[in-house]
Design a protein around this ligand. Sequence first.
Ligand SMILES: *Cc1c(COP(=O)(O)O)cnc(C)c1O
Length: 234
Amino acid sequence: MSIATNIAHIQDRIANAAARAGRNPEDIQLMAVSKTFPGEAIAEAHAAGLRLFGENRVQEFAGKSWDVHNLAGAQFHLIGHLQSNKAPRALELFHAIDSVDSLRLAERLNAMAGRMRKRVPILLEINIGGEEQKAGLAPDSPELEQLLTSAPRLAALAIRGLMSIPPHTGDPEGARPYFRRLRALRDTLRARNLPSVSLDTLSIGMSHDFEVAVEEGSTCVRLGTAIFGERPRP
Ligand SMILES: *Cc1c(COP(=O)(O)O)cnc(C)c1O
């Protein structure tokens, strides 16, 4: 199957899931997660109409950014854990950081972005399953609260929403309760109308569970395998 065929098939599935939930499919962005795949694969997805791409490592994307910097309108987001010392490089390479998982990282990004005279869109990564091995802010943590209330001071960052990877259960339905919990958290936080915070983005759903995520309110699904095929095992 070609990348273009995969994308067309996925777009149908997104539209069907949206219809089941009474949602407008245009409110759901399709992000192509291109980690481990070369620039040619990104160009193919771009030719098929995709403009939003996710990469999970600064180093890896640095190696291929030159091959893709000419793709008109393409936006590259970092979706993997970012070490503070790589924040400057990440800001040079990416349009947005969708995986901000600590106040310390937010402070660092804010300082660097301010110096570069940029305003960088970010998502806060939430560890919705409370998994020890996973990055992300705990939903009820003082750190999340502090990050949100610091938004007016973090003026070089634009907090746009939440991102999460739920525990893997092997069954797409297993993710549903976690998606619901994240959506409820987003709704609760948004209802507070915190200054300088907008929480319109809910980045949930990967290749094995994106239809469930769309039914539960996702505004951005992040798909790798379903678009590009299996990744080589490390
Ligand atoms: C790899 C990755 C994805 C895509 O995973 P697939 O199962 O291949 O769709 C989505 N989000 C993040 C954060 C990832 O690292």
